[in-house]
Design a protein around this ligand. Structure first.
Ligand SMILES: NC(=O)C1=CN([C@@H]2O[C@H](COP(=O)(O)OP(=O)(O)OC[C@H]3O[C@@H](n4cnc5c(N)ncnc54)[C@H](OP(=O)(O)O)[C@@H]3O)[C@@H](O)[C@H]2O)C=CC1
Ligand SMILES: N[C@@H](CC(=O)OP(=O)(O)O)C(=O)O
Length: 350
């Protein structure tokens, strides 16, 4: 199925989009997980070629300042794993070069996620799919990733019939410039700049002291592409095309972590206690759920963490077998760079 070369124990890794919000996090995660690379190549556009980025090192690669190279098709010669976060157009333009080089592309963009020959992988949910690739593995949408990590252990208690989710998405999902806009706008607003004079370019409206129910473009049915991605990607990752999903995606003035309010309807009974137990035992999930101590996950306090955090687990009394929960994860880590590097770990020889 694939012409990708076997991945050696110490692979050559390319980070495509290394200067971006996700790209920089790739470097941090490779270091934090001590990914066993023999070489790490930093690639970006001609704009930032020649600049140096600090990389703390991983595997056989020492810490140091590494020069960013301009990404061209030739950049992938000798590469085994190419971690992409430079946008859909760049992923599409470079796909053939990566595959021809015998490397595996792990792509953060939405370019190939729904293609039949491209596995869409969350290691806690469908790790087996990673091995069925044809040279490209897709990293899901950030909101989808944290939702399915929380749903998987619950699905094992009883089949999930329907999910209704509302997201509270951080600025980081729109990139480094959007995070800077949230920061600068908030400062300018507090310093008295009139609302209509605040600079608005990363989002459709002012994000400081506001919530925007609009992420990605609108579709003909009135939903957004972000909402559509949560529906379609969840079914593919969970391997259940009959699971019903309804999503509303909202941008909120938070820097890095997405929150999600989720209502789950099961085919059979699932108690709050069973759900809490399953979540407590699930890999890479932290249950923070003690209302008597005001304990629940909060996006402003979880930046830089790796787990998916769940709290506010309670019955949904409006359906026969329903639960409600609140889920938070760091969008740039678990929602992007960390999930992709965890996929790369699945490809390493045992
Ligand atoms: N799966 C997920 O959860 C997420 C996925 N993403 C995906 O990752 C992409 C990057 O996101 P993010 O890091 O937030 O964005 P940023 O805007 O912060 O960074 C963009 C990166 O892409 C590089 N780049 C842009 N154009 C080119 C080009 N023509 N050739 C080579 N490199 C290029 C930039 O390099 P330069 O410095 O030279 O401009 C920069 O390194 C998104 O477009 C999206 O597809 C993003 C967030 C979450
Ligand atoms: N759209 C997400 C980030 C993301 O995952 O985007 P995409 O699905 O295009 O990779 C956000 O803005 O928070």
């Amino acid at each position: 199925m694939t012409n990708a070369r076997p991945i050696p124990a110490n692979p050559v890794v390319a980070v495509a989009g290394a200067t971006g919000a996700v790209g920089r996090e790739f470097l941090q995660v490779l270091h934090d997980l001590d990914f066993p690379a023999s070489e790490v190549r930093l690639l970006a556009s001609a704009r930032s070629a020649g600049t140096a980025l600090r990389f703390e090192g991983c595997g056989q690669v020492p810490a140091g300042d590494y020069v960013v190279e301009e990404m061209t098709p030739a950049s992938f010669e000798g590469v085994h794993i190419a971690l992409f976060s430079a946008g859909s157009d760049v992923s599409k333009a470079m796909r053939q070069a990566v595959v021809d080089a015998g490397a595996v592309m792990i792509d953060n963009s939405s370019a190939f996620r729904m293609d039949d020959d491209v596995p869409l992988v969350v290691p806690e949910v469908n790790p087996q799919d990673a091995l069925r690739h044809a040279g490209v593995i897709a990293n899901p949408n950030c909101s989808t990733i944290q939702m399915v990590v929380a749903l998987r252990p619950l699905y094992e208690l009883a089949r999930i019939r329907r999910v209704v989710v509302s997201t509270y998405q951080a600025a980081s999902g729109a990139g480094a410039a959007a995070m800077a806009e949230l920061f600068d706008q908030t400062r300018d607003f507090l310093q008295g700049t009139p609302s209509d004079e605040l600079e608005v370019s990363a989002f459709q409206h002012r994000i400081a002291f506001n919530c925007i129910p609009h992420i990605d473009r609108f579709l003909d049915d009135g939903s957004t592409k972000e909402e559509w991605k949560m529906v379609a990607e969840t079914k593919k990752i969970m391997g259940d095309p009959n699971m019903k999903v309804a999503a509303t995606c909202v941008r909120v003035p938070v820097l890095r972590c997405h929150g999600e309010s989720i209502s789950v309807e099961f085919e059979g009974p699932v108690s709050v206690q069973q759900a809490r137990e399953a979540l407590k035992n699930a890999r890479n999930v932290t249950l923070l759920d003690d209302t008597s101590a005001n304990l629940y996950p909060m996006p402003g306090l979880l930046a830089g963490t790796n787990d998916t955090y769940v709290g506010r687990v309670r019955l949904d009394p409006t359906v026969d077998h329903g639960l409600q929960l609140w889920v938070v994860a760091d969008q740039i880590r678990k929602g992007a760079a960390l999930n992709a590097v965890q996929i790369a770990q699945l490809l390493l020889p045992e």
